[in-house]
Design a protein around this ligand. Structure first.
Ligand code: SAM
Length: 201
């Protein structure tokens, strides 16, 4: 993680909802969401929640009885997310993924939506995700474009995100395995990159 990356997202936050198409309006999002399993009472963490687009939906699925935390290292993003989610029972944390300020084995589900490539140091962030997940807890990683499109976008944007690339499917599975996360499914197509993993130990 670098301060330059935080500054990049802080700058982007103000116009994010105007400039970045809302993935939730796409048919591929609806398809993905049907595969996501959430139920009342669960504890869910979204890392890199950005302006909070997904949080109200998560909140509706796990409540009553659940708990939702939106975490982001950009205060600009969190400010937008808090405004969007006013009145909803959502906890917000300004923190980096490689140092999650949460007790071990507390989360049923962790979401990484369009965030995985930015996580640095990557192994340390995945070890933290493994730590906060309960046994059999699940990690959902989603992008609503192909891996190639996302990587080319980051190379084109340049600056702080130029090296924020999604590894090949084999490499990402290997990386997750080395952090104690078992990949159950990986769906890489021209309009998506979805991965679902769980904590076995
Ligand atoms: C591409 S945006 C996606 C935001 C949101 N999930 C969405 O899809 O609209 C990535 C988000 O992750 C956050 N982020 C990137 N790296 C992070 C890290 N290491 N720890 C916490 N947040 C991070 C950024 O600040 C940004 O809000």
């Amino acid at each position: 993680m670098s301060d330059a990356r935080i500054a990049f997202f802080d700058d982007a936050a103000w116009d994010w909802d105007r400039d970045v198409p809302d993935f939730m309006q796409t048919p591929v999002f609806a398809e993905w969401w049907r595969t996501v399993s959430l139920r009342h009472g669960q504890v869910v963490l979204e890392i890199g929640c950005g302006t909070g687009r997904l949080l109200p939906l998560i909140c509706g699925c796990v409540n009553p009885g659940g708990a939702v935390c939106g975490l982001d290292f950009s205060l600009g993003m969190l400010t937008k997310a808090k405004a969007r989610c006013t009145g909803m029972p959502i906890h917000f944390l300004c923190a980096a993924a490689h140092y999650l300020p949460l007790p071990s084995a507390t989360c049923d589900v962790v979401f990484l939506v369009s965030t995985f490539p930015h996580l640095q140091p990557r192994t340390r962030a995945l070890q933290q995700i493994h730590r906060v997940l309960k046994p059999n807890g699940r990690l959902y990683l989603a992008h609503f474009d192909s891996r190639e499109t996302i990587n080319n976008r980051h190379r084109t944007i340049g600056s702080a995100v130029i090296n924020d690339l999604i590894p090949t499917p084999n490499k990402i599975i290997e990386l997750l395995t080395s952090c104690g996360l078992t990949t159950t499914s990986l769906d890489a197509r021209p309009d998506r990159f979805f991965l679902y993993a769980s904590k076995k130990t």
